[in-house]
Design a protein around this ligand. Structure first.
Ligand code: MGD
Ligand code: MGD
Ligand code: SF4
Ligand code: MO
Length: 678
């Protein structure tokens, strides 16, 4: 019996580890780490080691299906694709092109995402294309584009090891990006000071030299407070501030009122701890900031991101190795889906849809009349579905009935649609609402690329064939494009699709499968002989000077009240991934974290008569769920935490759909709730 080893990329987090899939007779039997991979260095986390287990699960979708009289029946590919095209055409001819929306997928390859947005823009005629980045790092893209001119991670994963100081906030790095977390531990071994600022204890905060706990939603106050200390004590980088930035005086004015005592009132952080942390960050030669959802998922998420950029610029920690502002991107290919233009305001390579030059360029290339009207985000699409303005929806690989805030509202929105098509690998909570379901090939069954959080192009290589009649998403998008009658959907391989994207998106100009097969390239990579770019903004910012943002603290949209006295935060655990369609089919992962739970501080639990392991009910203004209590010291009094992985007690029944006005990212990290014994 022959065992094949196929080198590919992990389908879970944005770290982008490579590993070998082991194949015997078309069966996947295991995962082997890859020692020569620059990112994973021969190690993996438990999700990576189990990434083969869901692929050949019997529940995989195997045939196209059409809903008839409320029941799903098998259909041929032709029939199902024709149905989608005729229904979408009917809707657009009656209500205009913007009455349809497409959700792309950060689980699909960059090549596939390139085709999803091309399908929306060129074949259907709308910029209504978006994906889960909206719920994730939309505020990073908006905030860092304002501050630096580019929304991506400024530095690279290996550089963590050489930093002298690492400030981690709103990132549970060892559980959500374990192989980045282990680089931070390595940095500590090398002598780096690590500062973790998080409302909960995380595995990393327990090891860090500095652990500060703030009230959820209070971050701008401590960031402004630190900047004030740094300026007052002359610890700022005058040369960098004078030479490379603007609006410093305005920033200086705004931070004045954030004295350590004032910051304590807002955040609960002790003045001495704040001052010590500020000094440590500012005095280190090379300080890195890493952050994730604890910063971005707020109704002022864009201001929060800008605020972290202020802190880095004031100390000159941008444009050098082992410094910078480093948003840890979440999904395996959320970076690539953004780069490929699955955003309502950008063509591939962050070229604005309402820029006449860019519009002309893409019209010429795609031979199609493209709209210059900025499209609708996921957040506003849900509202427009409910009001009847958007009537047709195609989703490629998202599970909105578990992942989007205020599920009762999502349910109403999906029920209001005239037509809904879903491309998936498994039946999901969302698939119950679909009129047509198409079966897709998953990561192990196709070629293509993911772009990881530090902008590296990572190859996916087909290890096994897809189940039943399932097809890779890129082929599905090509078939749909052709049936819509659009030009430019005649691709015979993902490599060809990447060539087209590279010819239109300058940041990918030098990227090809030929190169990515043997080299590790980070974009921007404008030409075939360009080596790629590890550190951004070395010689300057895209728009000239880096821009400080004088921003003030503002409270979350919903604050505790008598009826809802607790602050509810939501997030992740190590073993499960998102809505669990994949990890909950992996026996080892499911065994470790099998059921929904809520973390509550031991003092609060005692007061409420709640014991560890007892059944409780958590209720917010939008819904109520029953689950098990985990009594812990890990969380600060007055707050509770629920992982959003479990459909049977979905945290998003409770969450607040209020969103950031600029990025339209919902406030998934704070809402008011009540917890009681059930
Ligand atoms: N195991 C696992 N790994 C994953 C994922 C998964 O589902 N499971 N998902 C991937 C994806 S898409 C993403 S986006 C990343 C997310 O990765 P993370 O953002 O690290 O994960 P979260 O659990 O959402 O939240 C991070 C931290 O924010 C803290 N926090 C809550 N409120 C606040 C606040 O107001 N301020 C601050 N500063 N912190 C706060 C929480 O206590 C938590 O420690 O993980 C990726 N990796
Ligand atoms: N309360 C709360 N809610 C949150 C968050 C939070 O912290 N708290 N975090 C938010 C964040 S950061 C994110 S990124 C979102 C994630 O939200 P989603 O993207 O909706 O979550 P996933 O479960 O990753 O959904 C991906 C779907 O794609 C399918 N899939 C996998 N591979 C393929 C493929 O190759 N092709 C196709 N067509 N389908 C495929 C999977 O089966 C799965 O159903 O959730 C958000 N929701
Ligand atoms: S760290 Fe992320 S990419 Fe690496 S093995 Fe774990 S889940 Fe996969
Ligand atoms: Mo995410």
């Amino acid at each position: 019996m022959k065992i094949d080893h196929v080198l590919t990329t992990c389908p879970y987090c944005g770290t982008g580890c490579n590993f070998y899939l082991q194949v015997v007779n078309e069966r996947l039997i295991g995962v082997i780490p890859c020692k020569t991979d620059e990112i994973s260095q021969g190690r993996l986390c438990i999700k990576g080691y189990n990434a083969h287990t869901f692929v050949q699960h019997p529940d995989r979708l195997k045939h196209p299906m059409i809903k008839e009289k409320g029941k799903m029946r098998k259909a041929s590919w032709d029939e199902a694709l024709d149905k989608i095209v005729s229904e979408i055409k009917r809707i657009t001819s009656e209500h205009g092109n913007d009455s349809v929306a497409v959700f792309a997928s950060a689980k699909c390859t960059t090549e596939e995402n390139y085709l999803f947005q091309k399908l929306a823009r060129s074949a259907i005629g709308t910029n209504n294309v978006d994906h889960c980045a909206r719920l994730c790092h939309a505020s990073t893209v908006a905030g860092l584009v304002y501050s630096f001119g580019s929304g991506a991670m400024t530095n690279s994963i290996p550089e963590f090891e050489d930093a002298n100081c690492i400030l981690v906030t709103g990132s549970n790095t060892l559980e959500a990006h374990p192989l980045i977390g282990s680089r931070i531990l390595k940095a500590m071994e090398n002598g780096a000071q690590v500062i973790v600022i998080d409302p909960r204890d995380t595995p990393l905060s327990r090891l860090a030299q500095f652990t500060l706990h703030q009230k959820p939603g209070s971050d701008i106050a401590w960031i402004n407070g630190m900047i004030r200390v740094i300026i007052e004590e002359g610890l700022f980088d005058k040369e960098f501030v004078d030479g490379r930035t603007e609006l410093f005086e305005e920033l200086k004015q705004v931070v004045q009122q954030y004295t350590p005592e004032e910051v304590e009132k807002i955040t609960g952080i002790e003045p001495k701890m704040l001052v010590d942390a500020a000094r440590t960050y500012a005095k280190a030669d090379r300080s890195m900031i890493a952050y994730a959802m604890g910063i971005t998922q707020h109704s002022n998420g864009t201001d929060l991101v800008k605020s972290l950029a202020n802190l880095a610029m004031v100390t000159g920690n941008v444009g050098k190795e082992s410094t910078g502002v480093n948003p840890l991107r979440g999904q395996c290919n959320v970076q690539g889906a953004c780069d490929a233009g699955c955003l309502p305001d950008f063509y591939p390579g962050y070229q604005k849809v309402n820029d006449t030059g860019a519009n002309k360029k893409f019209r010429g290339a795609w031979k199609s009349n493209l709209s210059t009207k900025v499209g609708s985000t996921i957040t506003s699409t849900m509202e427009k579905m409910e009001s009847g303005e958007i009537k047709g929806l195609i989703i490629f690989g998202e599970n909105v009935m578990v992942s989007d805030p205020d599920i009762a509202h999502i349910e109403k929105a999906l029920n209001s649609l005239d037509f809904f098509a879903l491309v998936e690998i498994f039946p999901s909570e969302t698939s119950k609402f679909a009129d047509v379901i198409l079966p897709a090939a998953c990561y192990a069954e196709k070629d293509g690329t993911f772009t990881n959080t530090d902008r590296k192009i990572r190859m996916l290589r087909k290890a096994v064939g897809p189940p039943g009649e399932a097809m890779p998403d890129w082929k599905i998008a090509c078939e749909l494009g052709k049936k819509f009658g659009a030009e430019g959907f005649d691709f015979s391989s993902p490599a060809e699709i990447m060539d087209e994207m590279a010819s239109l998106a300058p940041i990918y100009g030098g990227v090809s499968h030929g190169r990515a097969d043997t080299e590790v390239i980070s974009w921007p990579c404008p030409t075939k002989d360009h080596p790629g770019t590890k550190v951004l903004h070395v010689d300057g910012f895209k728009m000239g000077r880096g821009k400080f943002a004088p921003v003030h603290h503002s409270p979350p949209n919903e604050e505790p009240s008598e009826e809802f006295p607790m602050v509810l935060s939501t997030g992740r655990n190590l073993f499960q991934f998102h809505t669990g369609t994949m990890t909950r089919k992996s026996p080892k992962l499911e065994q470790e974290a099998p059921e929904p739970y809520v973390e509550i501080n031991s003092g609060d639990a005692k007061m409420l008569g709640i014991e560890d392991g007892s059944r409780v009910r958590v209720t917010s203004r939008r819904g109520s769920i029953a689950l098990v209590a985990k009594v812990t010291e890990r969380i600060i009094p007055g707050t509770i935490f629920i992982p959003f992985h479990y459909a049977e007690a979905a945290a998003n029944r409770l969450t607040n759909p209020a969103y950031d006005p600029i990025a339209q990212i919902p406030e998934l990290k704070v809402c008011a709730a009540r917890i009681e014994r059930s």
